[in-house]
Design a protein around this ligand. Structure first.
Ligand SMILES: [Zn+2]
Length: 246
C-alpha cells in the first residue's frame, strides 16, 4: 500500500527515506520541531492539521542535521562508561568525583562518608539500584532548596519537585506545577543542574520551545546557551546504565 502523500499528518510512526520519525501532534504548536533523543529516536512535534507532504519536505530539508545528530548519539553511547562497582571507581555527585569503597559494614547500603562513596558488600548484587536510590534520595533532599530561589525569581508556579528515573530526558514537568529531574542529572555540576531547573521552570509558563519560552530562559539565565552546550557535552559522559530508563 502506498503512503498517502498529502492530507493531514497523523500521530505515530512515519517513514521518510530510511528514517523512522515519531510524529507527535500538539494543537498549540505553530511550527515543526525536530528532535533526536539520546537513544537516537527522532521526534517531529507538529501543529494539528499539518499537511503530510509539507512535513516530509521539512524533514528532508534537515536530513543533514538529523544524520549529524544520530552520529553524535552513537559517539555518546560509546563514551558513556559502564560501572564495575569496584573500590576506587569514581562516582560523580554535583560535579565532584567520589571514589567508591566496598565496605563490610555500614548502617546503609550506599552512603557518602568523608568524601568516599561507601557500598556495603552484601548489596553488591543490587549495586546499580542502590546507587540510583542514593542519587534519588540525596538529590531529592538538595534539589527543592536549590529550585526555590529560581522559582521565585521566575514566578513559576512550582508545586513539587522530585528526582526520578526519566528515560532520556534530564527533566520534565506537568501542568500541575510538578517538576521531575532525572537522577543522573545529579552527577552534573550545580550550575548545570540550574540550567535543567530553569528550563523546566520556564515550561511551567510556556509548554513548548517557542521563542517566548527561550526568552523566559534567557531573561533568567543570560548565559544559558553556554550551559546548554556544556550539558550536551558533559551529559554524554555521565553514568546512565541500561535498564535504568524507566
Ligand atoms: Zn524543554
Amino acid at each position: 500500500m502506498a503512503a498517502k502523500l498529502s492530507g493531514p499528518v497523523h500521530p505515530g510512526l512515519m517513514r521518510v527515506g530510511n528514517l523512522d520519525i515519531e510524529v507527535v501532534v500538539v494543537p498549540e504548536r505553530n511550527s515543526v520541531r525536530l528532535t533526536v533523543e539520546r537513544d537516537a529516536r527522532i521526534t517531529a512535534t507538529v501543529p494539528a492539521g499539518l499537511d503530510r507532504a509539507f512535513l516530509v519536505d521539512a524533514i528532508k530539508g534537515r536530513r543533514r542535521w538529523i544524520y549529524d545528530k544520530l552520529e553524535a548519539r552513537v559517539e555518546d553511547a560509546a563514551l558513556r562508561p559502564a560501572k564495575q562497582f569496584v573500590t576506587g571507581e569514581g562516582f560523580l555527585y554535583l560535579g565532584r568525583n567520589y571514589r567508591l569503597k566496598i565496605v563490610d559494614e555500614a548502617p546503609f547500603p550506599v552512603g557518602l562518608v568523608r568524601g568516599r562513596m561507601l557500598l556495603r558488600r552484601d548489596c553488591l548484587d543490587q549495586a546499580q539500584d542502590g546507587l540510583i536510590a542514593w542519587y534519588r534520595h540525596r538529590g531529592g533532599a538538595w534539589l527543592p532548596k536549590r529550585a526555590e530561589p529560581w522559582a521565585q525569581r521566575m514566578q513559576a508556579p512550582l508545586e513539587n519537585i522530585a528526582v526520578r528515573r526519566l528515560g532520556y530526558r534530564w527533566g520534565s514537568c506537568n501542568r500541575n506545577g510538578g517538576v521531575n529531574i532525572h537522577w543522573a542529572t545529579m552527577q552534573l555540576p550545580a550550575h548545570l543542574v540550574d540550567y535543567v531547573l530553569v528550563h523546566e521552570l520556564a515550561h511551567l509558563h510556556k509548554q513548548d520551545h517557542s521563542a517566548e519560552f527561550w526568552s523566559v530562559v534567557a531573561r533568567t539565565m543570560p548565559d544559558y546557551q553556554q550551559r546548554r552546550a556544556r550539558l550536551d557535552r558533559l551529559g554524554a559522559l555521565l553514568w546512565l546504565p541500561e535498564g535504568s530508563q524507566q
